[in-house]
Write a protein that binds this ligand. Structure first.
Ligand code: ZN
Length: 322
C-alpha cells in the first residue's frame, strides 16, 4: 500500500521526521493553572516512554513574566534522561542563558520575533537589541557544549504589524546562523502561515542561508496547521514542533491559540508514509493525562477518535431504530 504513495519511493533518510514536543513550554506558559513540578516531570517521562526524542521541556524566561515555568531547574533535574533523548529549553535572553548554562539541557532554543512590535511585547526589547546579545548567549552555550536552534517568531505575520518583510526574516535567520545555530525554527506564533506565504518564507531562507536546516513551528489558530505541515513536507522540511493535545499559545499576542497537536501530526505522518519512531497510542494517553491534570478539554482530534483502525465493539453504540 505504502509503495503506491509518493513517500514510499523516498529514501529512508527522507522519510524520517523529527517531532519536537513543545507543550511543556509553549502549552503551559499560557495556562492559568500551575502544574506541579512532579506532574510535569511525570508527563515528560511519559513522552520519553512514548518514543519522543526531542522535547522542549521548559523556558528560562523570567519567573515573573511566566510563573508557570518558574521551576525550570527542578523539572530538568527530575527527568529520567536517556542518552538518545534531546531535552531543549527556550533561552530568550542573556539572563536565561546564564541559568541554562548551569543545567544539563542538550539544546538551547534562542528566540527573536521577526516583528519588532511582537518582540517588544514578548521579550521587552527590540529586534536589534535581541540580535546584539546573541554572540554572548552563544558563547555561554558553546562553553557548556549546549547545542543551539534559533527560533524566528511571527515569521509568517504579526497581529500588530501584519506581513513581515522577507529581508527581515532572513536577517534574523542569518544572525542565528552566525551565532552558531544549526537549525532555524521558522515559527508561526499566531497562526498566520498559509500554503503561499509558507513557501515564500521557506524559499527566501533557503536561498539566503542554504547551509542551515529549517524546522517549522506551527499553530492551528485558523485550522490549517496540518495543511501547512503537508506544504512543509513538500518543501523538504523534516522537523516539526507540536504539542500534546494541541496545547499552547503566546501570552503576548491577541487571539493566539494552540500548536498543532502532536497526536494529529503523528497520525498524518504515519498515514503518509513518514517515520517518527513515536508511538501514537502512548502519546494519546499522555494527551488525555494532560487534560485530566489541567481539568479542561484540549483541542486535539485524534486523541478523541483514536487511530484509524481502533475498532469498536458493535454494541458500543445503539442501532438505529427505524
Ligand atoms: Zn508557539
Amino acid at each position: 500500500m505504502n509503495e503506491t504513495m509518493h513517500t514510499g519511493r523516498l529514501p529512508i533518510h527522507d522519510r524520517r521526521v523529527e517531532v519536537t514536543e513543545v507543550g511543556m513550554r509553549d502549552g503551559l506558559q499560557i495556562e492559568t493553572t500551575f502544574v506541579p513540578t512532579q506532574r510535569k516531570i511525570e508527563l515528560i517521562n511519559d513522552m520519553i516512554e512514548a518514543g519522543i526524542r526531542h522535547i522542549e521541556v521548559t523556558s528560562f524566561v523570567s519567573p515573573k513574566a511566566v510563573p508557570q515555568l518558574a521551576d525550570a531547574e527542578q523539572v530538568l533535574a527530575g527527568i529520567a534522561r536517556r542518552p538518545d533523548t534531546c531535552l531543549s529549553a527556550l533561552v530568550p535572553n542573556l539572563r536565561a542563558a546564564e541559568r541554562a548554562a548551569g543545567t544539563s539541557i542538550n539544546r538551547a532554543v534562542l528566540l527573536c520575533s521577526a516583528s519588532d512590535t511582537h518582540n517588544r511585547k514578548n521579550l521587552n526589547r527590540g529586534v536589534d537589541d535581541t540580535l546584539a546579545a546573541l554572540p554572548r548567549i552563544a558563547a555561554l552555550m558553546a562553553a557548556q557544549r549546549i547545542g543551539m536552534y534559533g527560533a524566528i517568531a511571527t515569521a509568517f505575520g504579526c497581529p500588530f504589524e501584519g506581513d513581515i518583510a522577507l529581508d527581515q526574516v532572513v536577517r534574523i535567520g542569518r544572525a542565528f546562523r552566525d551565532a552558531g545555530a544549526t537549525v532555524l525554527v521558522v515559527s508561526d506564533t499566531t497562526g498566520m502561515a498559509t500554503p503561499l506565504n509558507l513557501r515564500r518564507v521557506i524559499g527566501a531562507l533557503r536561498d539566503a542561508l542554504p547551509d542551515v536546516e529549517l524546522a517549522l513551528h506551527l499553530h492551528n489558530t485558523r485550522g490549517i496547521g496540518l495543511a501547512n505541515v503537508l506544504v512543509g513536507l513538500e518543501e523538504g522540511i523534516r522537523r516539526f514542533d507540536s504539542s500534546v493535545g494541541g496545547l499552547g499559545g503566546c501570552p503576548f499576542a491577541p487571539g493566539a491559540t494552540g500548536n498543532i497537536s502532536t497526536e494529529d501530526l503523528l497520525f498524518l505522518l504515519d498515514e503518509s508514509g513518514y517515520e517518527t519512531g513515536v508511538d501514537l497510542n502512548q502519546v494519546i494517553d499522555v494527551a488525555l493525562k494532560m487534560e485530566r491534570i489541567l481539568g479542561k478539554r484540549l483541542q486535539g482530534q485524534v486523541m478523541r477518535a483514536g487511530p484509524r483502525l481502533r475498532l469498536h465493539e458493535t454494541n458500543a453504540v445503539a442501532t438505529a431504530a427505524g
